[in-house]
Design a protein around this ligand. Sequence first.
Ligand code: ATP
Ligand code: ATP
Ligand code: MG
Ligand code: MG
Ligand code: MG
Ligand code: MG
Length: 269
Amino acid sequence: GISMACSRYEYVKDYERDDSILPNVWIVIRVDGKGFHKFSKVHDFEKPNDEKALNLMNNAAQTVMEEFRDIILSYGQSDEYSFVFRKETNVFNRRSSKLLSYVTSLFTSSYVMNWPNWMGDKKLQYPPCFDGRVVLYPSDQNLRDYLSWRQADVHINNLYNTAFWNLVLKAGLTNQQAEAELRGTFSADKNELLFSRFGINYNDLPAMFRKGTILLRKKVVVNKDNAKRQLIVPIHEDLIREKFWKTHSELLGKYKPGEYDDDERPNGD
Ligand code: ATP
Ligand code: ATP
Ligand code: MG
Ligand code: MG
Ligand code: MG
Ligand code: MG
């Protein structure tokens, strides 16, 4: 009968591997849009930064944080988002593929579900998808370096893209000409080009474009009777310097100074 058949087949369950993540490490899950260079073209994103598309990403990340209470910080830029789980988390017994697949699919479904709320009449032309990976960081310094790496990345890309698209959209250069113009230039050259040719002070551009978005849980006073509620708040601060980790000292438990001093900045080259 049926139950006999079940037990006969059930041995295949043992082929599943235990993939639980070792204890006491930071778990980071990063998702990244597949082929978003093309996706952003097909959907006519504003260049270099479509603010609504970034807000849609932030919205999807917030959905993930509401579902997974053990995420203490998320960091997003361009078509990617990183989620940092507290070290002690025991969610899904730290099973790697469960965690990765839930986070990636929830992010994706939320992105699709909220598309009309941010993109208005722009119709979604095909189902977007996101890849996902789990990366483990044993020390607080490793975690900070990871996040610094991602924020340095947005700085380098955004400075380049801002210069590139001003050359194309305002100075009328072709993509190839703009590329040639920027080849071999340093950060200072691009800042200078933006200022002298387009009157743009790079540091005056919106912080979300320059720094990406950090989502944190904060206790916020929400009404007159002083009741505090925990909310997920977006901030666009520099997280490379010590200041961020001092200000948000709850993130790493007791604040410990990092290896680098505040003068060390990504040079963008
Ligand atoms: P892959 O599948 O390897 O990730 P990709 O085409 O998605 O390829 P990425 O390196 O992830 O490449 O870069 C994402 C690209 O998506 C950016 O280079 C940019 O062109 C575009 N993009 C993403 N978000 C925005 C946005 N908010 N505004 C404008 N362009 C965006
Ligand atoms: P978990 O998150 O552990 O997977 P679950 O509630 O999804 O929990 P499953 O063992 O995956 O539990 O079972 C899926 C349940 O969803 C079924 O028991 C059934 O109640 C419901 N379900 C799924 N598909 C259908 C369907 N097409 N019609 C009616 N019910 C369905
Ligand atoms: Mg990529
Ligand atoms: Mg991508
Ligand atoms: Mg990307
Ligand atoms: Mg199920």
